[in-house]
Write a protein that binds this ligand. Sequence first.
Ligand SMILES: Cc1ncc(COP(=O)(O)O)c(C=O)c1O
Length: 461
Amino acid sequence: MSGVKRENTRELLEMESKYCSWGDTVHYSKNLKIFERAEDIYLYDSEGKEYLDLQMWYSAANFGYKNKRLNDRLKSQLDTIPQLACQYLHREKIELASKLAIMNEEKFGVKGRVHFNVGGSAAVEDSLKLVRNATGKNLMFAFYGSYHGRTLAVSEITSSYRYRRRFGHFSNRANFVPYPYCFRCFYGQKKESCGFYCIKQFAKLFETEYYSVYDAKAQACEFAAFYIESIQGTCGYIVPPEGYFKELKKILDMYKILLVDDEIQMGFFRTGKFWAIEHFGIKPDIIVFGKAMTNGLNPLSGVWAKEELISPDVFPAGSTHSTFSSNTLGTAVGLEVVKIIEEADFEKTVNEKGAYFVKRFKALQKKYPEMGDVDGLGLALRVEMCEHDGFTPSRDLANRMFEIGLEGNLSVGGKKRGLILDIGGYHKNIFTIAPSFYITKEETDLAVDLFEECLKTALKK
Ligand SMILES: Cc1ncc(COP(=O)(O)O)c(C=O)c1O
């Protein structure tokens, strides 16, 4: 690294500490890194060090960094219609909305429409408006471990109290229900023998008005919708047991509670299907999406809702609107992403690549009991770091590995590299692994070897 660069990095970090709010960043690491370049599955820091990225911007960059086709599409849109007020129409918005709506009609047999916004939280806010407008109610069910974003309304249905604590009273705070996290069952049950104990507990809430959610005389539930992530994202890429969502949906239908499916992190094939919910054989009333729709380029998020919830008769023009909502750059890239998906066979490749990752991680798990649980659906993979007993969560081990990965000094095949990992989970001990869809077998081997190096080094510390 040249002296000039080192000086430059130090200066930048000093400026950051003085002038950048930390409110919009996470600052997990004490050793802050400035990255200068991104390509394919790698990030490069200001020293030119290479880092293999196993989290791809929380699953926003599914199609690889600097994806040529998507970058070219963005550039061509810059040269044709880079800006346009959203009250006017442009082709890409209409085509993208149509493709998604037609696809959902084919998948779920339900007609609907698509509404755009910028950023996941904004789209979840829009979905809350749709629900409130349709039901006249403002209370929601959501899961423990849910993450639906950080704007004020959305914080009400995001389960962590830490995210709300500083910001006063949240009058519409959701009624949170345990998610089927079978490795650490909230009720201490065993998956093999529980008979969906958790669902039975949820169903119980409706038995008497004194359990506070349902008036049997009026046949009215106080709660409008249940917000789900069918694979829980931020809380650890947790895959629910077979049949869970079908059982839940029966209860929701019985009490006329809408189902809102947050696909912001898992949508666009992260789990090997376009929507994660397709794995579970149920039909949502509303789907919210974002992140990978533009591969993390010009942000765009969206909501699909059933016609009866979103038709202009009930949700008229301007019901919720933002200056940047259906921006021309985002919709152009979003449309190109959908075309890429139509041309590829991600159902096959994402599942195959995910299965290979799981196989390799499970082999490692035999050597290292600290990898308490390894699982995944498609390329949404989880490795739960534990004490030597393979169960007690070890946040400390996960943190050490995260830091070691970021140091960039892991040695595999005679070359030094770093490893970008992301930590999630209720106990902050889970690596939520979201590789690029284009990762090759050789790169997967390298990633798992780097992971092992990282773990070995952390265990020595
Ligand atoms: C499932 C889910 N919903 C909502 C959000 C919020 O999206 P954004 O960060 O774009 O506001 C996220 C972000 O990680 C998410 O994973």
